[in-house]
Each structure stands twice: as C-alpha cells, then as structure tokens.
Design a protein around this ligand. Structure first.
Ligand code: ZN
Length: 250
C-alpha cells in the first residue's frame, strides 16, 4: 500500500483530518498488516481495527490476567496508595476490571467496588478468585446510579474504536457526581518513538507497535490531554502510581 491509494482517516483521538500514512505494521495474531497513521495535530498514532478477537482468544486473554496477578497486585497497591493522596476514596468503579485484581485489593481497604468488563470470560474467574461480581457490559454514565468517588479505567482506551465517547461518558459521570477519574494506557507514544518503526517486525513487547492487533490507539501526551480537556477535565495530572496514567478532575 502506498500513501496515494490510501484515504487518510481522521485521527480517532482528536478528530483531526490531518493524518499521514506512516507504514504497514504486521499484526502478530491475525498475520495481516495494518496501515498506521500519524496525526499531525495531536501527534498520536492510530490504525483501523481490522482484527476482532475470536472467542478462544478472549478466553486466553482472561486467563492471561491470572498469570500477571502477582505483578498487578503490587501495582494495584501502589495505585491505591497514590490515589488516596489525591482524594478521599470510599468507592471505585473500574471500567475494564478484568479478573478483579485491583478491585480485590481496594476492597481489602474497605473501599466499595464496582467492576465492568466486556470480556465474558473474566466474570467467572473474578468471582472464583476474588468474589468480585463483574458486570458484563460496556460502561457508560448510566451504568451506575448514584455517586462513586473514583472512576478507574486502566489499559482500556488503547483498544477502543471510539475512545472519545468513553472519555465523554467518564467526564459526564464525574461532573454529575463530583467524582475523579484515573485513566491509564500502557504506553504514551511520541514522535521520538518513530525509531520503533525502523524494525520491519516489532520483536519485543517494549515496542509500542508490538500488539497492533488489539492496541489500535497509540496516545501521545498531547492527544490524551486534548481528549480529556474536551470531555471537561479541569485537572489533568500525569501520575505514575502503579500504572502510568492521568488523574483527572472535572
Ligand atoms: Zn489527533
């Protein structure tokens, strides 16, 4: 594929039509390639969602969370230690809670927890391992009636074909109830990360373009902050507390 025969899609993160084709990136799971685009306005990278996870892969994804439970328990406690310095947290809703590792640690601190995840295979595991009841739905502002202190969304936005809508839903919920949010993506990607694209095939998971089958958004700091601002965020504070992400107030 060349830039000439490619219609430039708008940036999924900021909506700008000023995007440029960078290169085709191989997808490890589907064995296809995906055209990668760079946004000249917000400097994020995005590419179309070509691959949909089949059922057996969703099940493997759910089980993968068990293999990183020890690590995530550590990160969850760093996160909870950090976030309580920001505000008083008596209740948390987690969008994309997987098998409930973080929520389980939160509940040990007498925090009331609500978990949502669209992977149907995490529900049984979260219940068996942690007694966490995961609601199998895509969260929006109507999913919870009444106030919760913190909306957590960790390693979700990079997967979504429409991250702006979820950000708006989080902003609307937080504005209505005076809640704060913590949103994390596994890596922020900047223009300096172009060197990762020198590799014909991304060979290491340190390469932000390693798992482009499922990671379809590569947020720059500018892009993420712009998206949060448009959703009404007044406080946009980068925080490395367990995960790398942003603490937001609306
Ligand atoms: Zn953009």
């Amino acid at each position: 594929m060349t830039s000439e025969d490619q219609t430039m899609p708008a940036c999924r993160i900021c909506g700008s039509e000023h995007t440029a084709f960078v290169r085709n990136v191989p997808m490890r799971r589907s064995k296809q390639t995906s055209p990668l685009f760079y946004c000249l306005f917000c400097e994020s990278f995005t590419h179309p969602q070509i691959y949909t996870e089949p059922d057996d892969q969703l099940e493997r994804d759910a089980e993968w969370h068990i293999t990183v439970e020890e690590r995530n328990t550590r990160w969850a406690n760093n996160f909870l230690n950090g976030v309580v310095l920001k505000r008083n947290v008596g209740s948390i809703v987690e969008i994309g809670c997987a098998t409930g590792t973080m929520l389980s640690e939160a509940r040990k601190r007498a925090i009331q927890v609500y978990g949502f995840d669209t992977n149907p295979y995490v529900k049984k595991l979260a219940w068996e391992r942690h007694g966490i009841n995961v609601q199998d739905e895509l969260w929006d502002r109507t999913s919870i009636r009444g106030p919760v202190d913190l909306v957590a969304c960790i390693s979700v936005m990079e997967h979504l074909p429409d991250p702006q809508t979820l950000m708006f839903e989080i902003g609307a919920y937080c504005s209505a109830y005076g809640a704060a949010a913590y949103i994390s993506v596994p890596f922020m990607t900047e223009k300096r990360d172009l060197h990762w694209l020198e590799a014909e095939v991304p060979e290491t998971s340190a390469n932000p373009f390693y798992l482009v089958d499922v990671h379809i958004n590569h947020f720059s700091r500018t892009g993420f902050e712009l998206m949060a601002k448009r959703a009404g965020a007044k406080v946009i504070s980068p925080e490395a507390i367990g995960w790398i992400g942003y603490y937001l107030e609306f």
